[in-house]
Design a protein around this ligand. Structure first.
Ligand code: SF4
Ligand code: SF4
Length: 227
């Protein structure tokens, strides 16, 4: 899932300062799970902003709150059409994708980010999320026993381990397991240790074209231009 964290309240107040009527828009998917921008966080932020305003600032805002099932999908945004006509700006607590999709759906109104989108990861324990994928566009998990060397090795080494690993820990961060020791152990368990002997050429991340787009093959008509 996409992991994000809410921006500091002072930054949010600065972002919304020019707008009087603001819709606080939550998203019911990833940012709900990571506690950054779901219904509960929208409601809490609404209270915090109202209290801050009541404490004597010169700002006069009216806030509305609403949470859609998924901000990154037009079909869930149609419900907002009436509400959007009544506000001056939308503060999205969705991830960076959500903000952009809402902005595309409602081009006549400013859509502002209320969270910092951090990475793709998993919940490690309550309140702790670990990065697991950097969307590198050329997944190597088949060779590395399902453990990502790009996100879980501090140096992102494709042919590890480096010379610094000690007692299974990373030399750069003693609190972290060395990703390549984990990969070795899992390959051993899977009886695929020969994969440790293969050499994988360095990746040149600069050649990955941007923006990237994936077109479902079934939707492509022969000769159709998808550029
Ligand atoms: S190799 Fe790692 S960063 Fe690349 S796609 Fe696979 S999991 Fe994601
Ligand atoms: S010790 Fe292991 S995880 Fe740390 S940088 Fe070296 S290979 Fe990567």
């Amino acid at each position: 899932m996409i992991v994000a964290e809410q921006k500091p309240v002072e930054e949010i107040r600065r972002i919304i300062a020019p707008y009087e009527r603001v819709l606080l828009l939550g998203c019911g998917t990833c940012v709900t799970v990571c506690g950054a921008g779901g219904e509960r966080e929208v409601s809490f932020l609404n209270s915090v902003l109202r209290v801050a305003q009541a404490k004597g600032s010169n700002e006069i805002h009216s806030f509305w709150e609403y949470t859609v099932k998924r901000q990154c999908d037009f079909e869930f945004l149609d419900l907002l059409a009436d509400k959007v006509n009544e506000v001056d700006a939308i503060l999205s607590l969705g991830c960076g994708i959500g903000v952009q999709v809402v902005a595309e759906r409602f081009p006549d109104i400013p859509v502002l980010p209320g969270v910092n989108t951090s990475f793709m990861g998993m919940a490690k324990e309550w309140g702790v999320w670990d990065e697991r994928c950097a969307a590198c566009g050329d997944c190597r998990l088949a060779e590395t026993a399902g453990i990502c060397p790009i996100t879980r090795c501090t140096k992102g080494i494709l042919n590890g381990p480096c010379a610094g690993t000690k007692n299974g820990k990373c030399e750069a961060n003693k609190d972290m397991n060395c990703a390549w020791v984990l990969i070795y152990k899992r390959l051993e368990r899977l009886q695929q240790l020969e994969k440790m002997r293969r050499y994988y050429p360095p990746r040149n991340f600069r050649v990955i074209p941007r923006p990237r787009r994936i077109v479902m093959k079934a939707d492509v008509e022969p000769g159709e231009d998808n550029g």
